[in-house]
Ligand binder design. Structure first.
Ligand SMILES: [Zn+2]
Length: 423
């Protein structure tokens, strides 16, 4: 009941509050109003509390306002109320035009009520770039279509973060990605030929191609793509991927050969971070290249076996780390937080692990020092088997087993919301 109550009334109350006192947006999102609503368990009582605050605020100066609001929020139990995770996210491929209506419905009817507040959309080249039309996928999203996503996410206070893979993942299986198709000179390993039939492992160690971070022309192109997509999505953050980079500092690259791989990786992270910072945008990346695969036993996929992990000490501290672990609920978030980095834990398709990971995140926040607490930013469900497949499973059009992405997503957000209302 409490959960239903929270969903049903909190937005109504927030709307009433903002109408009465529009300046309140400077205090961040509406979660603290929801806190009061849940605490009071009655919409009229909650509105009474809020109107009392408004009346006092309107007659006092700013310094007194802050003190009085703090006092009143304390009285209604704000300090003891839920500690909902700051990031409650979903990472999924951007829909194509034909999926857009279903996807918008999904945001409206499923993400918003579950209090999802972060949506990382893996856009890649699925967008009609004006700066580089030669790189756009055929039928990529138009500005008008992106605008529909932007407007709906704004309506629900969902932070929309577009993603394009930087550095690694410039090919997949036997297909070269768009960037290296059009600009093959950016390839870190141009001498490695694409196989007719891809198998892993292979003699070339080819998993995915990378662009060469020291090529003099690559950043002009990728930064123009980043800028344009961030403008289109009206965002203050960009996800650059940067996971599973196997080709880096390759011996055959005339520019990178012999360089320290950790420094090459960190320099590329920082270069992208610095470019985004010019427009006050935050960089998000996957965390696997920053974990020592050998010492931890986590291996070459979810951690690094090619000596990039020391980059954890070399990258800017305001880069958000998306720490994915799909087979075990590894507690690597602690490592990132201790290094001064903010971190979001990311499950995939194991609901049991996802629940443990969410509980761990809550525990980390609860028992951390003040300095560490806010670095434990939250949780983000990842979807890798296609947006169509996920939605079909979610809506029951396709069977979803107990270890499916949709089952994991549902379990994760049940847990996140349960934690938030029972505290
Ligand atoms: Zn290179």
């Amino acid at each position: 009941m409490a959960l239903i109550y929270r969903y049903k009334y909190s937005f109504t109350i927030w709307n009433a509050w903002v109408l009465e006192f529009p300046e309140s947006s400077i205090w961040g999102d509406h979660d603290w109003v929801c806190d009061i609503a849940v605490k009071n368990q009655h919409p009229v009582k909650t509105l009474d509390t809020l109107y009392t605050i408004v009346t006092i605020i309107k007659t006092k100066n700013m310094k007194k306002i802050i003190v009085i609001v703090a006092l009143i929020l304390g009285l209604v139990g704000f300090g003891k109320a839920q500690d909902i995770l700051p990031v409650r996210g979903l990472c999924i491929g951007a829909p194509n035009a034909s999926q857009l209506t279903t996807f918008l419905k999904f945001i409206d009817e499923e993400l918003a009520p579950r209090q999802v507040n972060t949506l990382v959309l893996m856009v890649g080249y699925n967008f009609q770039f004006k700066s580089h039309p030669e790189l756009s996928d055929k039928g990529g999203l138009t500005m008008a279509e992106v605008k529909k996503l932007v407007d709906l996410c704004k309506k629900h206070n969902i932070r929309l973060i577009p993603q394009i893979n930087m550095l690694g993942h410039q090919s997949w299986a036997d297909k070269t990605g768009k960037l290296l198709q059009v600009y093959p000179e950016f390839d870190e390993t141009p001498n490695v030929k694409m196989p007719e039939k891809y198998v892993w492992p292979n003699a070339d160690g080819l998993y995915c191609r990378s662009y060469c971070p020291l090529h003099p022309g690559v950043h002009k192109v990728v930064f123009e793509l980043m800028d344009e997509i961030c403008d289109a999505f009206e965002t203050d953050a960009f996800h650059a991927g940067m996971d599973e980079v196997f080709y880096i500092g390759h011996d055959s690259c005339p520019r990178c050969s012999g360089f320290d791989k950790a420094e090459l990786f960190a320099n590329e992270v920082n270069k992208i971070r610095n470019h985004l910072a010019l427009k006050n945008r935050q960089l998000w990346i996957w965390g696997d290249r920053l974990i020592d695969g050998k010492t931890t036993g986590m291996g070459m996929w979810e951690a690094s076996m090619n000596n990039t992990y020391r980059a954890i000490d070399l990258i800017a501290k305001d880069v958000m780390i998306c720490d994915w672990h799909y087979d075990r609920p590894d507690q690597t978030a602690v490592t990132f937080a201790m290094k001064g980095l903010s971190v979001v834990t990311c499950p995939w398709r194991n609901p049991e692990n996802a629940v443990v990971q969410a509980q761990d995140m809550e525990r980390f926040r609860k028992y951390a020092t003040t300095e560490l607490k806010d670095r434990y930013q939250g949780m983000m469900q990842t979807v890798w088997n296609g947006t169509d497949s996920f939605l079909d499973q979610f809506y029951g059009k396709k069977p979803a087993g107990p270890d499916s992405e949709s089952a994991c997503f549902k379990a994760l957000f049940t847990e996140i919301n349960k934690v938030s209302i029972t505290k």
